[in-house]
Design a protein. Structure first.
Length: 461
């Protein structure tokens, strides 16, 4: 099984410092189930590739405790474990590239947070879920994904394709971020662990997924598969991900709203829908109007293509939480230069709001008094005038499916909740008034009669 990692940011041989492996040397690392070899097929200032070749010994696997789930005596010896990248790969990553996995670069510490064009190749990977699963796991993290499915046997094409794939991932990110994604997601693709899964695995998952997994649209499925489908561990991990700072101010109402919407994971779905729009329009600078505790900002910061990120909120308490969530004090100067958060009102003109390629107001307008919506529209669409504006708001027609009584709102601070016709009427009037077009989309599981739980308007100037 082969894993390669290629950098094309000159001098590309800096990859050797990040991985703590010299490009001019080959190295062998003993593992409990075999060995791992590291070498560099190419190393030039323009392009450098590090390779991790795994040699898994099936007899060592049995001695290490692998059992036959079906009770057949040969099953522990005769299987695909020596031939595919699986949870053994994660173990090898930790053993061989442990410092890079933990974000530590001893001799060139400034390289730890260096965002660069990277290409990772994994061949072969056992995928229980097919190519669609590979894309669903990696594309939300910003990767371009290339997948080739291997035949069962090239000599017998009539046998068809097998479960193994060659996967190539390309993104502009840090080496540490890429390795952490692979550490968690390769075992998820394989859906099998070669060792006992207990409480320690919950801590590993939280440590390696802290800055990306809570926001992933497949968070629950990833957690369940990574923890060997043990429901008690899955519930514990998800509960730890959901734990937040102490409840103050309106946080209790926020939690109540999230609990109401939890069955369809709307909080995740909204951010995923917004990212899809931002990707489609090619935006590289984004202002989050009413950024709250910075959940969207956190997702944007992880994606290198967003060179300028700006959050504004009227609540200083929310901004304090956002600063903690984003770990602003721990960012490198280069990362810190990409993002800023400020206090401000969305109903008063502010020169800081101008100059962005896209603006997002996610679940914001319903917190305003209806007579202030005109001021909001003038601030955003007349004064700031970004080329793209994304607005989401609850669809009150869907509330009954959440078990809410007639007239009951999802959040105690909501001043109103609109029907689809009411939102579309407001949005079309704003678009016509300020020279925009607008299209509407639903976010979340759609009901044939009541529509989707969240409604989105995408305005284009």
């Amino acid at each position: 099984m082969l894993f390669t990692l290629t950098s094309t940011r000159p001098p590309a041989t800096d990859l050797g410092f990040v991985l703590a492996k010299h490009p001019a040397r080959t190295q062998r690392f003993a593992l409990s189930f075999g060995a791992a070899h590291v070498f560099y097929p190419e190393a030039s200032p323009e392009r450098c590739t590090a390779a991790l070749l795994m040699d898994v010994d099936p007899v060592a696997l049995v001695r290490g405790g692998r059992r036959a789930p079906d009770g057949k005596p040969l099953a522990p010896y005769v299987n695909n474990r020596p031939y595919v990248l699986s949870s053994h790969f994660s173990t090898a990553l930790s053993r061989v590239f442990g410092s890079a996995l933990n974000g530590t670069v001893r001799h060139r510490p400034e390289l730890a947070d260096e965002i660069q064009p990277l290409e990772a190749t994994l061949d072969p990977v056992a995928v229980r879920g097919g190519a669609r699963l590979v894309r669903d796991l990696f594309e939300p993290l910003g990767y371009a994904v290339e997948i080739t499915r291997h035949p069962l046997d090239p000599a017998f094409p009539e046998w068809g394709e097998g479960p193994c794939h060659r996967v190539v991932l390309r993104a502009e990110t840090t080496v540490t971020t890429l390795l952490r994604h692979l550490y968690v997601l390769v075992p998820v693709l394989d859906d099998d662990k070669h060792y006992w899964v207990g409480d320690a695995e919950v801590q590993k998952l939280l440590a390696k997924g802290d800055d990306w997994l809570p926001e992933h649209p497949m968070r629950d499925a990833i957690t369940h598969r990574y923890l060997a489908r043990q429901r008690s561990l899955t519930r514990r991990a998800l509960a730890l991900m959901d734990d937040g700072p102490p409840v103050v101010d309106d946080q209790a109402s926020d939690a109540a709203e999230e609990q109401i919407e939890r069955p369809v994971r709307l909080d995740d779905a909204r951010r995923h829908a917004v990212l899809e729009v931002l990707d489609a329009v090619g935006a590289t600078s984004v202002i989050d109007l009413g950024c709250g505790e910075g959940k969207l900002l956190r997702v944007l910061l992880r994606k290198a293509r967003f060179a300028r990120i700006f959050g504004v909120d009227v609540s200083p308490v929310a901004l304090e939480r956002a600063a903690e969530r984003l770990k602003l004090a721990e960012l490198t100067p280069r990362q810190r230069a990409r993002i800023d958060i400020v206090q401000g009102s969305l109903t008063y003109r502010d020169a800081r709001f101008a100059g962005f390629e896209a603006a997002c107001a996610i679940e914001v307008i319903e917190h305003m008094e209806p007579d202030r919506l005109d001021a909001f529209a003038r601030v955003v669409f007349e004064a700031a005038r970004p080329p793209v504006v994304i607005v989401t708001t609850p669809n009150v027609e869907y509330n009954a499916l959440f078990g809410l009584a007639e007239g009951q709102r999802r959040h105690a601070d909501h001043r109103f909740e609109w029907t689809r016709a009411e939102f579309e009427g407001w949005a079309r009037a704003v678009a016509a008034r300020f020279g925009y077009s607008v299209e509407f989309r639903g976010v979340g599981a759609e009901d044939a009669t009541r529509g989707a739980p969240t409604q989105m308007g995408v305005f284009r100037r």
